[in-house]
Ligand binder design. Structure first.
Ligand code: TRP
Length: 455
């Protein structure tokens, strides 16, 4: 408990930690390939609108709920609306969602860790282009390797959480985030100085509205929320650690801008190189694990250096996001039980290892197990991309816009009257009307699309 109330020591530390949460696999692995899929610049424009009008607004709501209450999700809602204890269930759902997301997240992070090793040891460099795909599928279906790497990654995450909010999360983020920025910039420079890089840049940035379907618009909103780590209580917990005199609007704005910048830079680091070596840009989720190794191999000996750098970058991004997910669950357990922070971390880590390992083996040993006709990984992926996040996010905006007292919100955003909040009317309108409607549309259309895939 005492550790929880300590919070971040500085505004810079708070921003780095939250940027660390936001910048993750979503930015570097996912954003570039969906941007490629849905019309490059056209997708980017829609994404920018969503990320600032809905994503950032949600981040501010979570910061307000968290900082005002100084509690973790379940208690934070009830603190802000003491007469409606039922809202605690939304808190439980947020925590459960974080558990599902991190269980899937550590699987992909484990793959990334394996790719650092494979590129550093020259294994990837020794493969022919035709062997790279098989190498990937052999790895993910291997009976224990994916689990081993998942354990390595998860234990590193847990050790940082054990260090505490200031000496663990904040200290690590203050170092890793600048390192991450440098790495991505180096990779960008390499990519845009390759022959024909302009083809990749124009693929990425020239808006092709014909490829931006309704599906692309929905994907943009889903990605905006996932990328900012909002709608799942994580930013409620981080909000409770934000220094009392920080300006929530400015903090959220900086985080949103940094997250978006890194996502775009990741695209710049990837696409010109992919085009320069004649690879397929629209290869979806396999882009990073199958196409990029081919690209690095085509660069010759120095390619190994860039490969290690790239996968290291991806792992760093994943690490600070996994930290925030684990922290949300640990902080919640600590607060809602008599278990101390140390033991809570151990317990939650063991649960994540168990659920994560089941997900990791779902392409291999547990390949035969199906839930509602899906592999285990596929089922968890559906929960994480279609159902849980939008439901939690809708709950959060409805709570904030329609249940919390307006005066309390104004008081918290203005730091008890010390700050001018000229944006308030627009902000309040977005939370009360625009965000819930947009989120409901996303929820229903994606449920419909998953039930009737051919329509
Ligand atoms: N934002 C991270 C990414 O882009 C993922 C993430 C971390 C997340 N914490 C979260 C998503 C909490 C939703 C909620 O990869």
């Amino acid at each position: 408990m005492s550790d929880k109330q300590q919070g971040f020591s500085s505004s810079f530390g708070a921003i780095m930690a939250a940027v660390g949460s936001a910048v993750g696999l979503g930015n570097i692995w996912r954003f570039p390939y969906i941007m490629g899929q849905y019309g490059g610049g056209a997708f980017l424009l829609v994404y920018l609108a969503f990320v600032f009008l809905i994503g950032m607004v949600l981040m501010m709501t979570e910061f307000v709920i968290g900082r005002r209450s100084q509690h973790t999700p379940a208690k934070a809602f009830v603190y802000n609306r003491p007469d409606r204890k039922g809202w605690r269930f939304l808190g439980y759902l947020c925590v459960f969602t974080c558990l599902m997301i991190i269980s899937q997240y550590v699987v992909l992070s484990g793959w990334t860790t394996n790719y650092i090793v494979d590129s550093a040891t020259g294994t990837l460099a020794s493969l022919q282009t035709s062997e790279i795909g098989t190498h990937f599928s052999n790895f993910i279906t291997h009976p224990w390797l994916p689990v081993m790497y998942l354990i390595i990654f998860t234990v590193i995450t847990a050790v940082i959480i054990l260090g505490g909010v200031q000496k663990g999360i904040e200290a690590v983020s203050k170092v890793l985030m600048p390192v991450l920025l440098v790495l991505v910039l180096v990779l960008c420079v390499r990519s845009i100085t390759l022959p024909n890089s302009s083809v990749g840049l124009s693929y990425l940035f020239s808006p092709d509205f014909s490829k931006l379907s309704g599906e692309g618009v929905l994907a943009a909103l889903g990605q905006a929320l996932f990328s900012l780590s909002v709608g799942m209580g994580t930013m409620i917990v981080y909000g409770s650690y934000i220094p009392a005199n920080d300006n929530i609007f400015k903090t959220a704005m900086l985080i949103t801008a940094s997250d978006t910048l890194i996502a775009v830079l990741a695209g710049v680091a990837i696409f010109p190189a992919v085009f320069s070596f004649g690879q397929d840009p629209a290869s979806g989720p396999g882009l990073v694990f199958q196409v990029l190794p081919t690209v690095f191999n085509s660069m010759g000996g120095i390619g190994t250096v860039f490969a290690v750098m790239f996968f290291f970058l991806l792992a760093l991004a994943a690490l600070t996001s996994a930290i925030s997910l684990l922290e949300t669950i640990v902080a919640w357990l600590c607060e809602s039980s008599s278990v101390n922070r140390y033991k809570s971390t151990i317990i939650v880590t063991l649960v994540v290892l168990a659920v994560g390992s089941v997900c990791a083996l779902s392409d291999g040993l547990l390949g035969g197990v199906k839930i509602l006709n899906k592999s285990i990984f596929g089922f968890v992926d559906d929960l994480n991309s279609i159902y849980l996040p939008p439901i939690c996010a809708i709950g959060t905006v409805i709570f904030f816009g329609w249940q919390m007292k307006k005066e309390d919100i104004i008081d918290e955003l203005s730091n008890h009257g010390a700050l001018k909040i000229g944006y308030f009317k627009a902000f309040y309108f977005l939370v009360r009307y625009v965000a819930p409607i947009a989120l409901l549309v996303v929820l229903f259309t994606s449920i419909y699309a998953s039930l009737f895939p051919n329509n």
